[in-house]
Design a protein around this ligand. Structure first.
Ligand SMILES: CCCCCC/C=C/C(=O)SCCNC(=O)CCNC(=O)[C@H](O)C(C)(C)COP(=O)(O)OP(=O)(O)OC[C@H]1O[C@@H](n2cnc3c(N)ncnc32)[C@H](O)[C@@H]1OP(=O)(O)O
Length: 378
């Protein structure tokens, strides 16, 4: 496979040394001005995130006395700011700039008469979306690449979740076509990007943040039907699902250190919380691959089924669940998740900023180069 010349040049540039990517004070001021010009009202949750990031960027960790329970407005602001913990001022500033730029692009799109309408109409071959029996089924459908997720597939999934959150189905289910559930991020996403690697990393971080937020925000039950091996982001995302059903053929692998990368999809928070820090470190630092039963023992998987009866048993179960009263499920999910939301947004933002820098690191570039230049199989 040919590796793009741009990527090679960037690797060479990296070896010669390169300025660090940080939002400057000017970027920050531009973002502050841009907020006033936003055509679309971003809604309360986003406003609170903007408020919290602004306060963190300018004043550091929350220094406001905790408001009384009935002071709802200030309590919401305090919660949002406090959830950012000790996030460094620079990171908060960068996250603020990224968030504003993603809001600006999404508020401009409809006025260009393009994205809204076109995206709804587009058929995606690598992400299949079907609705039946009250279930939106979202399938990774790129079996020749072990269902690796391309940039376009991330966008397709964001759109599928957005549609499923307001349509008349009661739950969303992810699964994969072929022998794999998903092999994670397509490692050629960055080598085949047009433009410079720094621009690709910056766009990738914004896309990743929006992608993970669409899972954090999904209001209905979210289920994974893990039909085979799962790698990278397809594993870390499972911490944001409500149920994970796995075939006994499935494995769970997060080789981030081997790739010179760091965890995403809030797994730096959800995994230690779920399985304890020692077991989370085995997966996220040392890249230990778990069997389905090991993943069940760590609380990542709800139930393991024999491969021979997996599809029949799981789909029968899901069709029964989909007949439960939808409002009750939605309201219960909200109760279970709502105290975590601000924390998850903050963790997601920090993981994306960290990854953006990792993608430009020598360790990561070398790992990706070594994958894309593997000898073809005979
Ligand atoms: C918006 C950006 C967000 C980024 C978020 C950060 C996410 C991070 C991650 O997800 S890290 C994890 C990345 N994934 C991997 O490291 C897996 C890489 N793939 C492999 O190790 C192997 O391919 C395998 C173990 C999945 C399967 O091995 P095998 O059974 O031997 O099959 P092949 O290797 O021959 O694969 C067949 C075909 O698929 C291509 N392919 C598989 N996985 C990926 C991938 N992740 N990215 C790109 N391409 C992939 C592989 O190259 C083969 O293609 P070919 O037939 O050679 O054209």
């Amino acid at each position: 496979m040919l590796v793009s010349e741009v990527f090679r040049l960037q690797v060479a540039k990296l070896h010669l040394g390169r300025p660090t990517m940080r939002a400057s004070q000017q970027d920050f001021e531009n973002a502050l001005n841009q907020v006033k010009l936003l055509k679309k009202d971003p809604g309360n949750e986003v406003k609170l995130r903007l408020y919290a990031l602004y306060k963190q960027a300018t004043e550091g960790p929350c220094n406001m006395p905790k408001p009384g329970m009935l002071d709802f407005v200030n309590k919401a602001k305090w919660d949002a700011w406090n959830a950012l913990g000790s996030l460094p001022k620079e990171t908060a500033r960068q996250n603020y700039v990224d968030l504003v730029s993603s809001l600006s692009s999404s508020s401009e799109a409809p006025s260009q008469g393009k994205r809204g309408a076109d995206e709804k109409a587009r058929e995606s071959k690598d992400i299949l979306v079907t609705s039946e029996d009250g279930i939106t089924k979202i399938t990774f459908n790129r079996p020749t690449k072990k269902n690796a997720i391309s940039f376009q597939m991330y966008r397709d999934i964001i759109l599928a979740l957005k549609n499923a959150s307001t349509d008349n189905t009661v739950m969303a289910v992810f699964t994969g076509t072929g022998d794999y559930y998903c092999s994670g991020n397509d490692l050629t996403n960055f080598t085949s990007a047009t433009g410079g690697i720094e621009e690709a990393a910056s766009n990738g971080a914004v896309l990743l943040r929006d992608f993970v937020n669409s899972f954090i925000d999904f209001p209905k039950p979210l289920v994974a039907v893990v039909n085979g091996p799962a790698v990278g982001i397809s594993v870390t995302l499972l911490g944001l699902f409500d149920a994970v059903f796995a075939s006994d053929r499935a494995t769970f692998h997060t080789p981030f250190s081997q790739l010179g990368q760091s965890p995403e999809a809030c797994s730096s928070y959800t995994f230690p919380k779920m399985m304890g820090s020692a077991k989370a470190a085995e997966m996220l630092l040392f890249g230990k691959k778990l069997t389905a039963r090991e993943a069940w023992a760590q609380g990542l998987v709800t139930e393991v089924f024999p491969e021979s009866t997996f599809e029949t048993e799981v789909w029968t179960r899901l069709k029964t669940y989909a007949k439960l009263p939808p409002n009750a499920m939605r309201i219960s999910k909200e109760l279970i998740r709502k105290n975590e939301k601000e924390k998850l947004y903050a963790v997601n933002a920090e993981e994306c900023t960290t990854l953006q820098a990792r993608w430009l690191s020598e360790e990561c570039m070398n790992a990706i180069m070594s994958f894309v230049s593997r000898k073809p199989k005979l």
